[in-house]
Design a protein. Structure first.
Length: 319
């Protein structure tokens, strides 16, 4: 499908794919070089154009450019390419793919030109080849219920802040706060960041809300750091923050991951280790990765030597 036809549907309700785990209905917000941005009931979803099978236009919907008729507009990224979208999501809780065996949620640790590193709760760090990522979205925090408003008609105030930390690498920390107060709220926040190597940072945030009343709140913080060394190194970062039913359950955890020049270089780093190739389905396999040569990887599993073409490796993780 040409860019002209896609661009002509911007602002209208569409159906992405007719079925399957990636099928979703929503508003087409933007069409980039090799991706589409769709506003859905689960938030903004970024689709890789190469994996789209069909796009249907809903002719009966009332396309007014607003979210769910509430008057709240979507906030989304419009970078140069699909890979650059994930560059802007480092340190955030994201969902890779809408469903299927390769769908996972976790904190995005690293994004390179051809692979990403995702910290998951049950499988540790999973490395995805970017070519096999069909869609990505930031996990939306659960909305506060009506119990946050007291009988006097209080409202919530928001606070946000940025901070920098010093260690082996520069880090930006971001804290958000939410407080309760009467009337409309306006808040300020401070955040501190701390990190080592290229990894996620450690941040805390506080916010105060002001209106006709006064309220205070606490928020979670995120940070990212850049590695001081070259490629081929092992990087350790520390992540902090509370989750709201998504992503890593621990409030803080140490994460070790590999930063290499390309996805295929990870095979040398994981050589002689027990790995899991692909998350599920008929192509998934667990065993000891012995070598990578001539365009395929060799995995020893259950006394059988398996040779797998590297172009069919969608994801890999150490066990």
């Amino acid at each position: 499908m040409s860019d002209f036809h896609i661009n002509s549907m911007i602002g209208r309700r569409i159906n992405v794919n007719k079925g399957g785990p990636e099928a979703k209905a929503g508003q087409l917000l933007h069409s980039g070089h090799n991706y589409m941005v769709v506003g859905t009931d689960e938030g903004v979803v970024y689709y890789a154009a190469r994996h789209l099978k069909s796009v249907g236009e809903d002719l009966q919907s009332d396309n007014n450019g607003e979210k769910n008729g509430t008057g709240e507009f979507y906030d989304y990224l419009t970078p140069s390419c699909f890979s650059a979208i994930m560059d802007n999501m480092i340190g955030q809780n994201v969902k890779i793919n809408r469903g299927g065996p390769e769908s996972r949620q976790g904190v995005l640790l690293l994004s390179t030109y051809d692979y990403i590193a995702l910290a998951t709760e049950k499988e540790g760090v999973v490395y995805y080849k970017t070519d096999h990522v069909k869609s990505v979205s930031v996990i939306q925090e659960q909305k506060e219920n009506d119990a946050n408003e007291d009988k006097s008609g209080s409202r919530t105030g928001r606070g946000s802040g940025r901070g920098t930390g010093r260690n082996e690498s520069p880090v930006m920390g971001r804290g958000t706060g939410r407080g309760t107060g009467r009337g409309t709220g306006k808040g300020t926040g401070r955040g501190t960041g701390k990190g080592t190597g290229r990894g996620t940072g450690k941040g805390t945030g506080r916010g105060t809300g002001k209106g006709t009343g006064r309220g205070t709140g606490k928020g979670t913080g995120r940070g990212t750091g850049r590695a001081t060394g070259g490629t081929g190194g092992c990087t350790t970062g520390r992540m902090t923050g509370r989750t709201t039913g998504h992503g890593p359950a621990a409030a803080a955890m140490d994460v070790t991951y590999y930063r290499e020049y390309g996805f295929n270089n990870l095979f040398d780093r994981l050589a002689l280790k027990k790995v899991k190739i692909n998350r599920g389905g008929p192509d998934a396999i667990e065993g000891v990765l012995t070598e990578c040569a001539n365009g395929y990887v060799v995995v020893l599993a259950d006394n059988v030597i398996h040779r797998i073409l590297t172009k069919h490796v969608k994801s890999i993780s150490a066990l």
